[in-house]
Design a protein around this ligand. Structure first.
Ligand SMILES: [Zn+2]
Ligand SMILES: [Zn+2]
Length: 350
């Protein structure tokens, strides 16, 4: 009997370890939390808070508030789908391969060709000048040799950040700002980060959806909080104890029969709401700041020296394409691609 129990526990432990080690586990777990959280917040507004807050204004006010809530939830959902399914991968046939005259590990932002496209540079001049570049700024360590055993790490070589570098996994050169994502197992153009909530990488083509999503997530969480506070004040606080503000206490007291399910659910959803409010506002602040600087999260985190010399309007077009503001109402990805060159980055100085 004891042997059987030990074997069973051992087997479960191995299974659990395998599940957690699976690179997709975090993606699946985060996406499930995200969906449950989003549905929870929507339920919260539509079922509880909205009808309560607008009783004095009649059914039309309730309808308008619910319609706005649904519009915001729809915007979040559609941009989440775009984040998840829009293809960011580097495709040499579509985007181009290592240009002739440029070497691997050569800082391309210091070539004369990196002046704006309105002033084309003679191709021959570009080739000769390119080799006489100054020493590059920031350095990135790139995996260049597979590890000998499973426990070893790959061998890494220093390359100037703004250069073409080899991708060990795809076995081909990749342009500056393009990084291989171990989770997605592709080379991602202008890779910002891997988003576990969407289960995909945020990069050149879906950064716009990530930022629009965060904008509407911030609106949604502020909208829900504004509706939740009076509901809490007029309904929940009068029917629960002070300690029920902590959701484990509220759940335990519901199970013991002291408070009703409605209030236990409200307190739990409020904690989810506060977490989402914090995430959405802090991520939105970071993304807006990065778009204004023309940098990616990777570049900011690793303190890469890099300057985008365009004005704010052009930086916005490099993310959203034409008519950037309209993206906050309809996804315009398929009409207007980002107005930038994801291979040569002619406006960046690094
Ligand atoms: Zn790759
Ligand atoms: Zn990824």
């Amino acid at each position: 009997m004891q042997n059987f129990c030990t074997e069973m526990i051992g087997g479960l432990r191995i299974r659990f370890r395998r599940l957690v080690n699976d690179v997709l586990f975090l993606d699946r777990f985060s996406q499930s939390c995200f969906i449950i959280g989003l549905v929870g917040i929507a339920m919260f507004g539509i079922l509880f808070a909205i009808p309560h807050l607008y009783t004095d204004f009649g059914d039309t006010a309730v309808l308008i508030a619910r319609a706005f809530g649904l519009f915001v939830a729809f915007q979040m959902f559609i941009n989440w789908l775009c984040m998840k399914f829009i293809d960011n991968r580097y495709d040499p046939d579509r985007h181009g391969t290592l240009p002739e005259g440029i070497q691997m590990g050569q800082n391309i932002s210091r070539l004369p060709a990196s002046v704006p496209e309105s002033k084309p540079v003679n191709e021959n001049k570009r080739k000769t000048n390119g080799l006489n570049q100054r020493k590059s700024g920031s350095v990135m360590y790139v995996a260049t040799e597979m590890p000998k055993t499973a426990d070893d790490l790959p061998k890494r070589t220093a390359y100037p950040y703004f250069s073409w570098t080899p991708c060990l996994r795809c076995n081909r050169p990749r342009p500056p700002r393009c990084h291989h994502c171990p989770q997605c197992n592709i080379c991602v153009l202008k890779r910002d980060h891997h988003c576990h909530f969407a289960g995909s990488c945020i990069g050149y083509r879906n950064l716009r959806h990530f930022s629009v999503f965060l904008f509407w997530a911030t609106v949604a969480t502020i909208f829900s909080t504004v509706h939740a506070l009076p509901y809490y004040y007029y309904h929940v606080i009068q029917n629960t104890s002070f300690f029920d503000v902590l959701f484990p206490v509220a759940i335990a007291r519901y199970l013991l029969g002291y408070i009703c399910l409605r209030y236990a659910l409200f307190v739990t959803l409020s904690w989810i709401l506060i977490t989402f409010l914090y995430w959405a506002t802090s991520f939105l602040k970071i993304v807006v700041n990065l778009i204004m600087l023309g940098k990616t999260t990777f570049e900011a985190d690793n303190k890469m020296e890099l300057t985008d010399r365009r004005n704010l309007n052009d930086k916005l077009r490099s993310v959203y394409g034409k008519y950037w503001i309209l993206n906050f109402i309809i996804p315009l990805q398929f009409l207007y691609e980002p107005d930038d060159d994801p291979i040569n980055w002619p406006f960046v100085k690094a």
